[in-house]
Design a protein around this ligand. Structure first.
Ligand code: HEM
Ligand code: HEM
Length: 235
């Protein structure tokens, strides 16, 4: 296992192999799952749609929408478990979104400098091989915690249908539903969880494109080929 890197700016101008194949595959599979889960989840929460005409058992549309939601939920969950495993065995960058090094003074300084950069108060971005500290923190707080919350509340709701003897019933429904005070409350929080994650997604896509154009390193191609390139030779 590589040593952790609390201070993240780097000296080299040579390309760095940052995102290994499992991380890249996981990223795009997860992004697709979140799109599917958000559309189907939104329709589960707001089924009053002009599409839903006629007897439900004639078209079984809600049933299909729920099935797609659950299938994507299983893919997302197993992919996330795989991602946690890869954080343990992969390169140092594979751990970044799970472990922002906020205890390090250097990291906090670079966090501050990244905030200044995002606010257009710095002329140059820092040169980072992995995520900048602000991105890292957002990925941990909004994405990692958000996904965990959706998995726990989602499987608690799923266990209600699957029954108390089911695995999800025993592992999640049994304690999550009483903790939130009832099934309806879990529905509402699960629904809010979607917007919490979508907040991340909207900011993420905007910032990835902004950084691609304005920062000193490549972004989009890094999540496709795995390699990060640096655009200038300045220190
Ligand atoms: C639902 C949609 C998406 C989610 C949930 C998502 C989530 C994430 C996460 C968690 C990471 C960190 C990866 C890691 O270090 O393990 C990441 C990185 C990245 N994502 Fe996404 N992503 C989404 C969509 C997109 C899209 C549409 C693009 C392209 C426009 C994109 C481009 C990137 C890039 C370039 C990185 C690397 C950023 C960097 O090096 O700092 N993502 N994404
Ligand atoms: C990013 C991940 C996810 C998003 C964005 C999402 C979104 C949603 C939304 C918006 C709803 C409607 C809630 C309401 O207003 O009643 C919903 C329902 C539901 N979700 Fe998810 N969800 C996600 C992950 C999961 C996971 C991992 C599971 C686990 C199986 C799951 C299982 C369910 C269940 C069982 C329901 C209720 C279905 C029903 O009452 O017919 N979800 N989801």
């Amino acid at each position: 296992m590589d040593a952790p890197i609390p201070g993240k700016t780097i000296e080299t101008h040579a390309p760095v192999y940052v995102y290994e194949l499992p991380v890249r595959l996981w990223h795009w599979v997860t992004a697709a799952c979140i799109v599917v889960l958000s559309i189907t989840g939104f329709l589960i929460g707001h089924p009053a749609w002009p599409l839903f005409v006629g007897e439900p058992d004639h078209h079984y549309l809600m049933g299909d929408i729920r099935f797609i939601h659950f299938a994507a939920a299983y893919i997302l969950t197993f992919a996330f478990l795989g991602r946690i495993y890869w954080a343990l065995v992969g390169n140092r960058y594979a751990r970044e979104i799970f472990l922002p090094a906020f205890w390090s003074r250097q990291w906090r300084h670079e966090f501050y400098m990244s905030v200044r950069w995002y606010l257009f108060l710095e002329r140059d971005s820092q040169r980072e091989a992995g995520h900048n500290p602000v991105a890292q923190m957002a990925m941990f707080l909004l994405f990692v915690l958000g996904i965990l919350f959706q998995i726990v509340t989602g499987f608690a709701l799923y266990g209600e249908g699957a029954g108390p003897g089911s695995l999800s019933g025993m592992l999640f429904t049994s304690w999550v539903i009483p903790l939130f005070g009832g099934s309806q409350q879990v529905h509402t929080w699960h629904h809010l969880g979607m917007w919490y994650i979508l907040l991340f997604v909207m900011a993420h896509i905007y910032l990835v494109i902004r950084e691609e154009i304005m920062s000193r390193q490549t972004m989009l191609s890094a999540m496709i080929s795995g390699w990060r390139f640096f655009k200038d030779k300045r220190p």
